[in-house]
Design a protein around this ligand. Structure first.
Ligand SMILES: [Zn+2]
Ligand SMILES: [Zn+2]
Length: 141
């Protein structure tokens, strides 16, 4: 977790476990899910520690917060400075979306609305390739 150290964060074993749990899933995870996972190795960890640690990760630019329906926050591991994601609502896999697809949109906005976009955070929710393919087939009986 060199990225954490670069961000100037003190690496307690618990924080490291939380960061690793989030980085390892490749999916969005709620505090509760991280809690369940990290607790297997660190049985005395508290939910408040998870909350503080994910906040720290978000501040350090290593994680991003997503809104799930019902005002639940989920978190994803993310390289610093990255802002766009494709989030599968079925398997909850998260894919990074690069600027190449988003830049033309910012240009259109500048052209049509006269608004200069400096910064954008775009999250697209839907079905990933694998889940869309599964849905396309008739339901297995
Ligand atoms: Zn990302
Ligand atoms: Zn999926």
């Amino acid at each position: 977790m060199a990225a954490l150290e670069r961000a100037g964060q003190r690496l307690t074993p618990q924080r490291l476990a939380i960061a690793e749990a989030l980085a390892r899933t490749g999916k969005e995870a709620t505090v509760q899910e991280l809690y369940d996972q990290v607790r297997r190795k660190h049985p005395y960890i508290g939910r408040a520690t998870i909350f503080r640690s994910v906040d720290m990760l978000v501040e350090a630019g290593l994680a991003q917060r997503l809104e799930r329906p019902g005002h639940v926050s989920a978190y994803i591991w993310c390289e610093p400075g990255h802002h766009h994601h494709l989030i599968c609502t079925s398997c909850r896999a998260v894919e990074d979306l690069g600027e190449t697809l988003v830049a033309p949109l910012a240009k259109s906005i500048a052209r049509e609305r006269g608004f200069r976009v400096d910064h954008a955070t775009l999250d697209f929710y839907g079905l990933c390739r694998a889940c869309a393919a599964k849905r396309g087939k008739p339901a297995a009986s």
